[in-house]
Design a protein around this ligand. Sequence first.
Ligand SMILES: Cc1cc2nc3c(=O)[nH]c(=O)nc-3n(C[C@H](O)[C@H](O)[C@H](O)COP(=O)(O)OP(=O)(O)OC[C@H]3O[C@@H](n4cnc5c(N)ncnc54)[C@H](O)[C@@H]3O)c2cc1C
Length: 379
Amino acid sequence: MNSKSNITVAGAGFAAITGVRELRKRLPAADITLVAPKPEFIYLPSLIWVPYGMRNGDDLRFDIRPLLKKLDVSYVQSAVTGISADGRTLQTGAGDVSNDALLIATGGRYIRKLPGIENVITICEGIEAAEKMGERLKAMNGGTIAMGFGGNPKEPSAMRGGPMFELLFGLETWLKQQGQRDRFRLVFFTPAPQPGKRLGEKAVVKLLEEMKRRGIETHLGHKLRSFENHTVTTEGGEIPADLILFMPGMTGPSWMQGTPLPVSNGGMIQADAFCQVTGMERVYVAGDAGSFPGPEWMPKQAHMADLQAKAAAQNMALNLAGKAAEKQFKVELLCIIDSLDKGMLVYRGERGGMALPAMKPLHWAKKYFEKTYLRHFRL
Ligand SMILES: Cc1cc2nc3c(=O)[nH]c(=O)nc-3n(C[C@H](O)[C@H](O)[C@H](O)COP(=O)(O)OP(=O)(O)OC[C@H]3O[C@@H](n4cnc5c(N)ncnc54)[C@H](O)[C@@H]3O)c2cc1C
């Protein structure tokens, strides 16, 4: 099967692109097909710079077809809608796509269940949401901006705290740069009493100190009830706000509902430590779409998506050669929490963690990393 295996990769984000690159390296002769609704990769980590004009949509959106051509990977433009019980057929809007091995990398979905959620901007939803935040900011002369994030109680890793801290500190820096800081009240809210706990105890202390230093008010530890046009309502009271920026918790992709895929408690695709989808042969998942065994602080990050996709591709190659999966992915949390002019480094690994205070070189490092990561798309 190995010499001319037929492999399908679903998605065009971090996990999918890393997956096809690793698969091509390990299986030079395989037929590889990538299925995604649009032939584009979006570099989500730099969305935090869009509202302030430091990046625009075209800086973050990349046509993947030149890279796929270089890797000799076929492209099917369509969304996956289902999967056969044995995983050997993927149902898509463009018809069935069969495979000898499959990597699912279609990302997660935000839980938009809270009443009034349409009154918030969720920048993580993409370029348009980030642009909308920029437009709203530019139209404001003052007022209160409430910013917060929620989680998925059944899937501790399925939250995006890091980008919200970046938005919060970045916004405060930007208002100062515009000479408008004194006209705005900034309030940070989250149901968690210790925001950013998964980043480590040291990081929580540093983040809260940073909020205090920047004059950002906090409303912590109260379950969220609803959003209205100008109010965030929690069990601990109301926050009046002229603009609400909120990042809900995450769950699995909507297309998996009603399919034979195993579902984790939090609604994601259940996988083992080798990224194999439980109970399905030669079906793998990587990135935000999956639920993986590991420490409770394991993040949903591009870095993890890449590590999982590499492990999945290596295991897939072993399976296609008639061998059992043996590569486990490394669990690592690594992020630079940027504030437009400085960055704070947070690292957590199996042997411990560290948090470096905000400094200019870490902002430059984040920009350098972006440039290096995107070089594969600039063909
Ligand atoms: C604002 C922001 C800042 C972030 N900052 C960082 C950071 O600094 N560091 C870090 O490591 N991580 C960061 N992250 C997290 C990181 O971007 C995600 O964890 C990462 O994108 C997950 O990769 P993925 O491939 O699983 O999913 P995605 O990147 O979301 O890709 C999913 C892909 O699947 C495709 N797809 C969706 N539905 C279907 C379907 N039905 N059929 C086929 N294809 C489908 C989508 O079009 C997309 O191409 C940030 C995220 C955001 C939003």
